[in-house]
Ligand binder design. Structure first.
Ligand code: HDE
Length: 749
């Protein structure tokens, strides 16, 4: 018996039942207790119908914890053993022939330990290698059975457990979090009709239209094969060479060069299913559907200079942010919205809904909010859960089906295929994190690392020896939508796929002035890393088809003449339905939660005024912010009255770029110390340059003066407060709600 497998039998009491006539109908295998069901409920989630949050919903929410419980292992208070559960007497010394003699081959304990260690790494994901996971639940707002028979949407208040993995795409497993990149947003719904994976990204479009080009795209963006550089970056020749020859990437490049590619937090970015999917109801009727996740905290980003500095100060910035928020009970929440439209509507659009380089603008088809997702539990073990989780675009449930998007078609193949090599065989669906919460029954058998022990002699269908079981579900099972065939077999693309620029223009034109400036800056930076001038020119010639303003700005930044526009594949002009879509700007979703979870640094030193520190700490913490006292060193300091207090972190180990806002408190002696500390001045200059709220209380103002920065007139996020002012916390909090003041940037760059 392995420790922690409480409730399991220590021996196989039914051994005899495997033989003789009993084998025709094998006894049921052991089941872990299902979470308690409400009276009349037939599924785990229904048991919690109506229980929105709180204790009543706990059983349903944690339904996926039941299979995980089987695998949890806790060595507290136990002897150390080998993997065969033989107690180990000495874990310090190998077995030797004499104290100074040779180590012996028969030391099976040493050999087992080293052999296991030698195989502790598995291949990383070919893309999305670096990720962070969390457990949680999805709660439906209403009954959507008129649109879909998918289990999570069958009742208002229905709870379905989920596991999410956020990721970057290009970097290796140990790369930095704040690279300019697309973010993966993959959600596994453990529904009572089996697992549904919505494997999305934080951008609603993609670089390419056809799966045939995916390996080329990934080869181009990954480190260049001759020298293995650069890590986690698209700013290099091969990426820009490829995309400049693939003008269908123009729209996605706008998103990737925008602030969306450097999110402030996984908790503050949107997610999208990207492809057009189908919803299918119990009558077999189908509508097209696009999935959108929107964070309750709003959509917020870093600025590039800040992202670069954070990657040195804390390469785990996003992973830590997610982990700490959940540990602190600030559970990240996202709303799920769907855009639903008919095939006839889709035919009338100026773009093709099967083309993953196109969005359906919200102004054309509104987003219907259908539920919310909350992450309330960190994984127990990074490897067992976040690393071994296997998402698959082909994992759909009755009620969800695919469209004919040719990019999606490739994904339906690719995920299981890659996981067979990454996870070492075809049985990774049995790993606790991947196992559905409802039992799986079929005649698939054997393979590497099989864990299920199938009983009986029948592993085929039809059979009579096992009473025909397991039997087909018929209409109760997954029935593919009966889509009529489209025509002759052909390698090619539909007409509307040839238009590559209208939505790139829509995106660029819909951004705020600061967001547009950031896009131009990002193109300039990335292309300045490209060493072949012809590639730079080709990109700028492509940009001329998106926006003359953008192309001119980038050309100026690269010190090159504006090249002619790239010839267009589609020469007939398209009239887009929507010329401006305010929803495409990050500013359109400021969030609902005030300053909750924002990180605020209060710079302190020996001699800081205790009253200022306490007022800020208590006032901001009361509003949900995370306040850290940064001193010249960690540990003990003395306030202006000689009383001891502790700094949480130092100017060295948590530089200012890791915070959303910075404050310097009063106290003449402390101000003199900080004004002479080059690190404090750098942090404040960075904070100003990155547009952050800055507050100086009383003598703290001297520290600002020492930075030598000449501020803009009437900068609303640069605050000075008298030592005893009553409204300091409120003014500072109001500034923090605004996040940034990007108007400072042009003067600072
Ligand atoms: Fe993926 N993708 N992808 N992808 N993808 C993988 O699966 C692939 C695409 C996405 O956190 C791989 O297990 C192909 C679009 C996410 O574990 C692989 C094509 C979108 C994740 C794969 C695409 C995604 C992956 C690598 C084009 C947004 C990480 C390791 C036809 C809708 C999931 C793995 C996690 C991972 C293939 C395009 C999202 C190789 C062939 C479009 C979030 O199977």
């Amino acid at each position: 018996l392995v420790d922690g497998w409480a409730g399991q039998r220590t021996h196989n009491a039914d051994k005899s039942a495997e033989y003789g006539s009993a084998a025709g109908m094998p006894p049921q295998g052991e089941h872990f207790p299902e979470p308690a069901m409400a009276a009349g409920a037939s599924t785990t989630s229904e048991a919690n119908a109506g229980a929105k949050v709180g204790a009543a919903a706990a059983a349903g929410r944690d339904a996926n914890a039941a299979p995980l419980q089987r695998a949890r292992n806790d060595g507290s208070g136990r002897h150390m053993t080998t993997n065969q559960a033989v107690a180990v007497a000495d874990n310090q010394n190998s077995l030797k022939a004499g104290l100074r003699g040779p180590a012996l081959l028969k030391d099976f304990i040493l050999r087992e330990k080293l052999t296991h260690f030698d195989h502790e790494r598995i291949p990383e994901r070919v893309v999305h290698a670096r990720g962070s996971g969390a457990h949680g639940y999805f709660e439906a707002y209403e009954d959507l059975s008129a649109l879909t028979r998918a289990a999570p949407f069958q009742q208002a208040g229905k709870i379905t457990p989920v596991f999410v993995r956020f990721s970057t795409v290009a970097g290796e497993r140990g790369s930095k979090d704040t690279a300019r990149d697309v973010r993966g947003f993959a959600v596994k719904f453990y529904t009572d009709q089996g697992n549904w994976d919505l494997v999305g990204n934080n951008m609603p479009v993609f670089f390419i239209q056809d799966a045939m080009k995916f390996p080329d795209l990934v080869h181009a963006v990954k480190p260049e094969p001759h020298h293995g550089m650069p890590q986690a970056a698209s700013a290099h020749d091969t990426f820009w060479d490829f995309v400049s020859l693939m003008p269908e990437s123009a729209h996605m490049l706008m998103w990737q060069m925008s602030d969306r590619a450097i999110p402030r937090s996984y908790r503050m970015m949107q997610g999208f299913g990207v492809h057009t999917f189908r919803l299918v109801n119990a009558h077999g009727e189908s509508v097209f559907c696009k999935f959108h996740w929107t964070p309750r905290l709003g959509t917020h980003s870093l600025v590039w200079d800040e992202a670069v500095k954070i990657s040195g100060a804390d390469p785990d910035y996003h992973r830590r942010d997610l982990w700490e928020a959940i540990e602190a009970g600030d559970h990240p929440e996202y709303e799920l919205g769907i855009q639903v439209f008919s095939e006839e509507q889709a035919e009338g659009f100026s773009f093709d809904v099967l083309d993953a380089t196109k969005i359906v603008p919200e102004e054309l088809v509104p987003i219907l909010p259908v539920g919310r997702m909350v992450f309330d539990r960190n994984p127990d073990n990074f490897f067992a859960e976040t690393e071994q989780v296997a998402f698959c675009a082909a994992h759909v449930i009755p009620g969800i089906d695919f469209s004919n998007d040719p990019l999606l078609a490739g994904r339906i193949h690719s995920y299981v295929d890659t996981q067979i090599s990454r996870l070492g065989g075809p049985n990774f669906h049995e790993l606790p994190i991947n196992a559905p919460v409802v039992p799986a029954h079929n005649n698939q058998r054997d393979g590497m690392h099989r864990q299920a022990i199938h009983r009986g002699r029948v592993s085929y269908e039809p059979n009579s020896l096992a009473g025909g079981c397991p039997f087909q579900a018929g209409a109760a099972g997954f029935v593919s939508f009966a889509e009529p065939p489209q025509g002759d077999e052909v390698r090619g693309k539909p007409e509307k796929f040839a238009e590559h620029y209208a939505q790139a223009t829509l995106f660029y034109d819909s951004q705020s002035p600061a967001e547009r400036r950031h896009i131009a800056d990002a193109f300039r930076f990335e292309l300045s890393k490209v060493t072949v001038p012809a590639v730079r020119r080709r990109v700028v010639s492509m940009l001329r088809n998106v926006s003359g303003e953008l192309a001119a700005e980038v050309a100026r930044g690269l010190g090159m003449a504006l090249p002619p526009a790239m010839p267009r594949v589609c020469t007939t002009p398209v009239t887009p339905e929507v010329a401006l879509s305010p929803a495409l700007s990050l500013l359109s979703r400021p969030g609902e939660d005030g300053i909750r979870t924002r990180r605020i640094a209060v710079l302190v030193a020996d001699g800081s005024r205790a009253m200022d520190v306490t007022t800020l700490h208590e006032g901001l913490t009361a509003q949900g912010a995370v306040v850290r006292l940064l001193g010249p060193h960690v540990g003990r300091l003395q306030d202006a009255d000689g009383a001891a207090f502790d700094a949480d972190a130092s100017l060295e180990n948590e530089p200012g770029v890791l915070f959303d806002a910075l404050a310097v408190v009063g106290g003449a002696a402390a101000a003199a110390v900080l004004a002479a500390d080059v690190r404090a001045l750098e942090h404040l200059r960075d904070g100003y340059r990155h547009g952050k709220p800055l507050l100086f209380v009383g003598e703290g103002r001297q520290v600002w003066d020492a930075t030598g920065v000449t501020p803009l007139d009437n900068d609303p996020l640069l605050l000075f407060a008298g030592a005893d002012a009553d409204d300091t916390v409120q003014r500072f909090a109001a500034a923090i709600v605004r996040h940034r003041y990007p108007e400072r940037e042009p003067a600072m760059l």
